[in-house]
Write a protein that binds this ligand. Sequence first.
Ligand code: PMM
Length: 270
Amino acid sequence: MGVVNVTPDSFSDGGRWLEPVDAIAHGRRLVAEGADLLDIGGESTRPGAERPTEAEELRRVLPVIEALAATGVPISIDTMRPAVAAAACAAGARMVNDVSGGMADPAMLSTVAELGVGYVLMHWRGHALDMQQRARYGDVAADVAGELAAQVERALAAGVAEDALVLDPGVGFAKTAAHNWELLTHLDPVAALGFPVLWGISRKAFLGRLLAVDGELRPAVQRDDASVALTTYLALNGVWGVRTHTVRPHRDAVETVRRLGRSPVVHPDQ
Ligand code: PMM
């Protein structure tokens, strides 16, 4: 899943694709590099971020979705707002990527059910402004799986189809670096829920910390090799997808793992 952030303030590429023409060109580049899916978002969720208005979010994403839907590559809309999800699907999106997993606005679940589109349900405990204060777990992998299972129940009760669901453990969302590593080394509890699993690890701060030199975090754009290492590991462990800012190196990693016969990841052409 290639990321197109139409935001002024995303942590790794904020402001780079704020103009529709730049976002569209970027999305086309990601498709040319082999993206199976494009994730288009107009709200940054980095820790401490302020929320844009709904009107501003729509203004950012709609022209980009319309243009990129024309490439034929499936598009997900990265939003927590039901009205944005509905407008995005009317403009050509086929999936809703809700980092709040239906918790920011409970009407999201019935909206997704009515739209009949795919739904990425991510583990979430609160908005970016104060989410890191909620990073408290007993056993993080078991707790995240349990909270995801509870949201899955709510989604199904609201009428979301079981086969529309993709789960995401939400790396970096109300989680410390130690929590992220613990989740990544204990994939089973979330996998055992029986749904496809998406991981968003690309360029995240815990990699910047791992690769820090003299206490200086490695800058976001210099975290790509570490991101690809995690994609390789996740592909070896049969995840459904990874959400990434670059596509070609991740695609290459997945193809290589697949050639080794070690991954159940299925190529769309086969
Ligand atoms: N991370 C970000 C934004 N959206 N969506 C899903 N499903 N999973 C994630 O981990 C995720 C996401 C934050 O990263 P960005 O600011 O680089 O987009």
